[in-house]
Design a protein around this ligand. Structure first.
Ligand code: HEM
Length: 403
């Protein structure tokens, strides 16, 4: 009786995979349906990718096991055609278990979105080596993933039909072969599966387990560059940030590396100017998916354009008292476009000068995300840029904000 059973590890792996595959198929169709809103869809696709990667690892373990060990022989009562059908069915199942995650992997690797595959904050699964963003490859992978899902359903259905036939029509209680004979073996088998997935994920990936961020030429902006002046920017209390909407949800990011050189005198606007520079690689939204995507070539393209800059050559008075407008060029991804940044200027009791400004920029005008999301289906076209700069007065001259 024990020789014609699968071993406990194979049994545990079989049932874990069965549940996972059926869950992935159902989840896959749900997440691409109209049932979810954009935000839910985005979240569910990230879960799907993470689970799919774990499944690829489990499938690899299963294949190694299948090739390294001999499965129990098919029961004697099975006829020739049944043996052939069972053999072909098993080959189809293994093929589809590989085709599904590999086409999914190819799909995300060739996607213009450039979104990383984060496995539950545990490790980042790299994109397929040598695969660049390519619509044709992405479309082919997507179609394969889609049609293979139907093929998978058909093969699983015939696998089940075969099992039902053996049990109810032929009267052979065949299912025991793929079940644990003792609770202890069940525990051993399930523990073995969990340990193997962990080992496969942690050991061989090692260095590859991080998002490949292109190396950044250190931008010429940093707090240390601050030149002495009447005001020194308090970088700890100041922020340069951007915000917008992704999949219906608000996001906000800040730059941690930036510098501001502002000469401002409300009484001498003609002599006023500003130069704000920020390292695009220092952008952080607190969302690992966004932070993994922003450096990519279609978004900030930090490998080629590490720095963003707003250079205002003139400052004019605004409509209301205490309001002003910096007029200059905003440069992103190597493209400079005119921008008017309205701001307020206040000097509080302790002499701290506060400059607060906000402006809406059109990301597509700079080519940001133009391949991934040219119609702003996911990410809003309008991105708000906010500055909130606080500078400590170093002398009596309140008019000079140079830092
Ligand atoms: C056994 C593993 C997997 C199964 C059974 C599975 C199943 C499915 C199904 C049924 C769909 C919906 C049909 C479609 O629109 O294509 C889907 C969509 C998707 N899958 Fe998978 N998948 C697996 C692995 C993966 C992996 C490993 C990834 C990526 C790392 C992935 C990424 C995706 C993506 C991005 C979509 C959405 C496609 C779209 O936007 O239309 N899948 N999957």
């Amino acid at each position: 009786m024990t020789t014609d059973r699968y071993n406990a590890f194979a049994v545990a792996l079989h049932w874990a995979m069965a549940v996972a595959i059926i869950g992935m198929l159902i989840g896959g169709f749900v997440m691409t349906s109209e049932l979810l809103d954009k935000s839910q869809r985005f979240t569910m696709i990230q879960w799907h990718k993470a689970l799919g990667v774990l499944m690829l690892l489990a499938i690899a373990a299963r294949l190694v096991l299948r090739l390294a060990t001999h499965p129990p022989a098919l029961p004697n009562y099975m006829m020739g055609w049944e043996r052939t059908a069972a053999g072909l069915g098993h080959i189809a199942l293994y093929a589809l278990m590989l085709i599904m995650p590999i086409t999914g992997w190819l799909m995300v690797s060739s996607s213009q979105y450039g979104l990383p595959t984060l496995v539950f904050g545990w490790f980042t699964w790299p994109h397929l080596p040598g695969v660049a963003a390519d619509d044709a490859v992405n479309g082919a992978a997507k179609a394969l993933h889609y049609y293979a899902a139907f093929a998978f359903i058909a093969v699983i259905a015939s696998h089940l039909a075969g099992t039902v036939k053996h049990i109810w029509m032929d009267g052979h209680a065949l299912l025991y072969r793929m079940w644990f004979d003792t609770p202890k073996r069940a525990l051993l088998g399930l523990g073995g599966v969990a340990a193997s997935v962990l080992a496969l994920a942690v050991l061989p990936l090692g260095g590859a387990a991080s998002v490949s961020t292109p190396s950044l030429n250190a931008p010429a902006v940093s707090v240390a560059d601050a030149a002495p002046g009447a005001y020194v920017v308090d970088y700890g209390a100041s922020t340069v940030s951007f915000s917008g909407i992704h999949a219906g949800d608000q996001f906000r990011g800040t730059f941690s590396e930036w510098s501001a050189d502002i000469q401002f005198d409300p009484g001498a606007l003609a002599d006023s100017r500003a130069d704000i520079r920020f390292a695009l690689s220092s952008a952080s939204t607190g969302n690992p998916f966004y932070d993994g995507t922003l450096p990519e070539s279609d978004w900030f393209d930090i490998a080629n354009h590490p720095e963003g800059r707003f250079a205002a050559t003139s400052v004019v008075a605004g409509d209301q008292d205490g309001t002003f407008i910096m007029e200059g060029d905003l440069t992103l991804r190597g493209k400079s476009l005119p921008l008017r940044l309205p701001f307020t200027y206040d000097v509080v009791e302790d002499g701290t000068a506060i400059v607060k400004g906000s402006v809406i920029a059109d990301r597509l005008a700079y080519g940001i995300g133009e391949n991934s999301d040219a119609t702003a289906e996911w990410v809003s076209q309008e991105i708000t840029i906010d500055i909130d700069i606080r500078a400590a007065r170093q002398s009596d001259d309140e008019s000079d904000l140079s830092s």
